[in-house]
Design a protein. Structure first.
Length: 331
């Protein structure tokens, strides 16, 4: 999805996090369909053990929410959080703006670009740089092992969500010179959770919700999941774990890149239709774009490199992974 940046901190964060959450659910669906041992049914049977039980349990948490939250479990699922964020966009009066995206500009190039609108803002540039880092790390050197490849993709995906919250808090409305009263006297977390649980978003100040989705949800759930995924990947395959630290996972196997990938441009268009190309300098994670030259006008990231497996189900899964990552800009 190409985001029409507005320089409104709340909107720009939500417009990025909604498809990001949707992609996590899609990645879990692909993983579950590719593995007979990792069904949600088996995860449900041992849900009381949490994410320690494997990637299937992690996907259970993503899809349905961790059971430790009790009656608030579904509120912590990424599917439900997506619905919550859409409701907040409606309260902001910006749901139509979100749904329109960048309009006809979205397909103006042969590849895809990450956004349009207020691209000159410092906030938009930070989000774009982070997204470039994430797509580079998710351009995987596929191993052919479902569990390994799932973790190698989901780890940077989760890390990007955490960084998006860090960027948001750097610019959110409470950082203004004269912040709203709610910033000094926020609603109690339990009350926020109750209003969300009852779908009473009209009674909830947007800033209270924004603080809740980052501090009470993403920054609570995802860091321990990242830690677990890194430990699990190291346990399964220490060599593949080591590849997480590579800036360009496919750089050592460019001859092995999949031929039918979809190109993703790192370029966008500003509000006047002028093409912008995001700076390729490293982000906090020291990542760079894994790109090929495209007429000298933009950088285009590949969706991955692949070691082909003899298992038909794995090939289907990898193809779907590549489609998810290449076609959802804020994956």
């Amino acid at each position: 999805m190409a985001i029409n940046f507005t320089d409104n901190p709340e909107y720009d964060f939500l417009a990025g996090m909604i498809p990001h959450h949707q992609a996590a659910s899609s990645m879990c669906e692909v993983y579950q369909n590719a593995t007979s041992a990792g069904s949600l049914a088996s995860s449900l049977q041992r849900r009381h053990e949490g994410i320690c039980c494997g990637s299937a349990s992690l996907c259970y948490n993503i899809t349905y929410g961790p059971t430790k939250w009790g009656r608030y479990q579904s509120d912590f699922s990424q599917r439900n959080e997506t619905e919550q964020m859409l409701a907040v966009l409606k309260e902001l009066g910006m749901l139509d703006h979100y749904r329109s995206g960048c309009g006809v500009q979205t397909h103006a190039d042969s590849g895809m670009f990450m956004g349009c609108g207020q691209l000159q803002s410092s906030m938009a540039k930070e989000y774009l740089k982070l997204n470039m880092w994430m797509h580079t790390k998710m351009s995987l050197n596929y191993s052919g092992n479902q569990a390994v490849d799932f973790l190698k993709g989901m780890i940077p995906h989760h890390e990007a969500a955490v960084e998006m919250c860090a960027i948001y808090y750097k610019y959110w409305t409470c950082k203004h010179t004269q912040p709203p009263t709610v910033c000094r006297n926020p609603m109690a977390s339990e009350l926020v959770a109750n209003l969300i649980n009852q779908n009473r978003f009209s009674e909830l100040d947007v800033l209270n919700y924004m603080h809740h989705i980052c501090t009470e949800h993403i920054l609570v759930s995802q860091p321990p999941e990242i830690q677990w995924m890194r430990q699990e990947l190291r346990r399964i395959d220490s060599d593949q774990f080591a590849m997480l630290e590579l800036e360009r996972p496919c750089s050592s196997s460019s001859s092995n890149q999949a031929d039918d990938h979809s190109n993703v441009s790192h370029a966008g268009h500003d509000q006047n239709g002028t093409k912008e190309t995001a700076n390729n300098s490293s982000h906090a994670h020291s990542g760079h774009t894994s790109s090929i030259a495209d007429g000298g006008n933009r950088s285009v990231a590949v969706s991955g490199c692949m070691r082909f497996s003899s298992r038909a189900t794995m090939l289907v899964a990898l193809a779907r992974y590549a489609a998810v990552w290449a076609n959802t800009i804020w994956v």
